[in-house]
Write a protein that binds this ligand. Structure first.
Ligand SMILES: [Fe+2]
Ligand SMILES: [Fe+2]
Length: 153
């Protein structure tokens, strides 16, 4: 059961669905980078476009999280979460900046070129940072609501 409060469970469910969507996008990009040295690697443009799409989705997702009120609601329910919740929100601009830097430094050549190895490492690091962020965020909300939402990771 969701507690009654300011938070709309539909919005919260929507945000959790977005987490799954973001995971799927990360996996697709990881496959793109992994295919860099295959016979038929994706085009540089395709990877760039996918990264830009991820960027757009992430920005919208962060805005909805910040406006959705559930982090505030978690704090209201459990004030000791406020530091953790503030840290989670402070990570949003940092993650977007990290992704922007990655896109801005993508090599112009095709993926077979070794210059893409560094972009692949940058993407792997970004993936780690984003997944750690989502874990922390899920933990804040889960503790705030004292609910198990069935987050897998
Ligand atoms: Fe977030
Ligand atoms: Fe999130």
């Amino acid at each position: 059961m969701f507690p009654s409060g300011r938070v709309d469970p539909v919005i919260l469910g929507h945000l959790l669905g977005q987490h799954r969507d973001l995971h799927a996008r990360l996996l697709a990009l990881r496959a793109d980078f992994a295919a860099a040295h295959d016979a038929n690697p994706p085009s540089a443009k395709a990877v760039r476009d996918r990264l830009l799409e991820l960027r757009d989705h992430l920005r919208d997702h962060f805005v909805q999280e910040e406006q959705g009120g559930f982090l505030e609601e978690s704090i209201a329910r459990m004030p000791r979460l406020s530091v953790a919740a503030r840290e989670v929100v402070a990570e949003h601009p940092r993650l977007l900046a990290e992704l922007d830097t990655l896109v801005a430094t993508l090599p112009p050549r095709d993926l077979r070129d070794d210059s893409w190895d560094e972009a692949a490492r940058g993407f792997a690091a970004f993936t780690d940072h984003l997944l750690a962020h989502e874990r922390n965020e899920n933990a804040v909300v889960q503790q705030g609501y004292n609910e198990d939402f069935g987050f897998s990771d």
